[in-house]
Design a protein around this ligand. Structure first.
Ligand SMILES: NC(=O)c1ccc[n+]([C@@H]2O[C@H](COP(=O)([O-])OP(=O)(O)OC[C@H]3O[C@@H](n4cnc5c(N)ncnc54)[C@H](O)[C@@H]3O)[C@@H](O)[C@H]2O)c1
Length: 308
C-alpha cells in the first residue's frame, strides 16, 4: 500500500477520491485550504493539512512525510472568476501547482497525477468527440493555466524524471458538488429543483456538454496510479447532452417539474463540448460505468437529502 497526498482532498472530486483510496488500504494525507472544500467531507481516517498550496513550508512538509504519489486536484475551478481575475487564477493554478511539483521533486515522490480539464483546454473545436491530439485553443485564463501546468509536468518528467499522468475531465457531476455559490450546472439545477426554485436557461439551451459521473472519474484516477504513460488522457463519456435533455433527466429523477426562464446566451460560453475517451480505454482500460439516468438519480437523491 502507498503513502499518498491528495491536494484539494476536501473538495467534490478530491474527497470522493480520498474515500476510495482509504478503502483500498492506502495511507492518505489531504492538503486543502478549505476555500471551497469542506472539512466534514474529509474522511476521518485521512491526515489533514489545512494549508494553501502556495505555502512556503510545503517542501519541508513533503520531505518529512515521504509520499509515494501525489494527486494534484486543488485549484481555482471557476472559469468566470478566472476571466474576472486572471492574476488570481494564475497564482493558484500555475504557481500553486508549481509549488506542489517542486515539493514532489525535492522529496522524491514517484509520480504526480494531475486533474486537468478537457472543455476549457480544447476550446471551441470542430472535432467532436475531441481527441487529446486536437490543438488546444483555450478560451479562458483557467484553460490557459491548466495547460501551462500540464507543460510543467512534462518538463519535470523530461528534466527530473518525475513521472506523471494528466487526466483531462469533461464535466464532472455527482454528490458533494454543490456547496453554495457557483458550481457545475447539474449541481445548480438539482439543488434548485429540490428547493422548488426557478432556474435560468441561457441561450437556446441547445449547448451540449459531456457529463461524467464522479465515481467513474475516481475509478480513472485510481487506475492512473499503475500506468506508465506520461501524457494527457481524456476522462469522459463521449456523449453529448444538451440543457433540455439534462433538465428532463433531473425532472424524471425528482418526479417534479423545474421552473425555467430564458435569458440571452452568455458571451464566450462554449456551444459544444464532448471528449473522446478512446485513449482512456486503451491506456487505462477504463470506461464510464454509470449511465446518465443513474448518475442523475444518485445526484438528485443526495441533494434532496441535504435539503431535509
Ligand atoms: N468539476 C468538474 O467538472 C471538473 C472538470 C474538469 C476538471 N476539474 C478539476 O478537478 C479538480 C477538482 O475539482 P472539484 O470539482 O472537485 O472542485 P472543488 O472546488 O470542489 O475542489 C477544489 C479543492 O481545492 C481546494 N483549493 C482551492 N484552492 C486552494 C489552494 N490555493 N490551496 C489549497 N487548496 C485549495 C478547495 O478548497 C477545494 O477543496 C480541479 O483541479 C478542477 O480544475 C473539475
Amino acid at each position: 500500500m502507498s503513502n499518498i497526498l491528495v491536494s484539494g482532498g476536501a473538495g467534490f472530486i478530491g474527497s470522493t477520491l480520498v474515500d476510495a483510496l482509504l478503502l483500498q488500504g492506502h495511507k492518505v494525507t489531504v492538503l486543502d485550504s478549505l476555500v471551497s472544500g469542506r472539512r466534514d467531507y474529509v474522511n476521518k481516517a485521512a491526515d489533514f493539512w489545512e494549508l494553501d498550496i502556495l505555502d512556503d513550508t510545503l517542501s519541508e512538509r513533503f520531505l518529512s512525510s515521504k509520499f509515494d504519489f501525489v494527486y494534484h486536484l486543488a485549484a481555482q475551478i471557476d472559469v468566470r472568476i478566472s476571466v474576472e481575475n486572471p492574476v488570481l487564477d494564475n497564482r493558484i493554478n500555475v504557481l500553486g501547482g508549481l509549488n506542489v511539483l517542486e515539493a514532489a521533486r525535492l522529496s522524491g515522490v514517484k509520480k504526480v497525477i494531475m486533474a486537468s480539464t478537457g472543455g476549457a483546454i480544447y476550446g471551441e473545436t470542430t472535432e467532436i468527440p475531441t481527441p487529446e491530439t486536437a490543438t488546444a485553443y483555450p478560451l479562458s485564463p483557467y484553460g490557459i493555466h491548466k495547460l501551462t501546468l500540464e507543460k510543467y509536468l512534462n518538463y519535470y518528467y523530461q528534466v527530473y524524471k518525475l513521472d506523471y499522468s494528466i487526466l483531462r475531465f469533461s464535466n464532472v457531476y455527482g454528490p458533494r458538488q454543490y456547496k453554495g455559490g457557483e458550481a457545475g450546472v447539474i449541481a445548480i439545477f438539482t439543488e434548485a429543483l429540490a428547493h422548488d426554485k426557478p432556474c435560468i436557461v441561457y441561450g437556446d439551451g441547445k449547448q451540449t456538454r459531456d457529463y461524467v459521473y464522479v465515481d467513474d472519474v475516481v475509478a480513472a484516477l485510481i487506475k492512473a496510479l499503475k500506468i506508465n504513460y506520461q501524457g494527457e488522457i481524456n476522462i469522459s463519456t463521449a456523449q453529448e447532452i444538451d440543457i433540455w435533455q439534462m433538465i428532463a433527466a433531473i425532472e424524471k429523477a425528482a418526479n417534479k417539474k423545474l421552473q425555467t426562464s430564458l435569458a440571452p446566451a452568455r458571451p464566450g460560453e462554449q456551444n459544444r463540448s464532448c471528449l473522446s475517451n478512446r485513449l482512456a480505454q486503451d491506456i487505462l482500460d477504463w470506461q464510464p460505468q454509470v449511465s446518465f439516468t443513474d448518475g442523475i438519480s444518485r445526484t438528485y437523491q443526495w441533494v434532496a437529502e441535504q435539503v431535509q
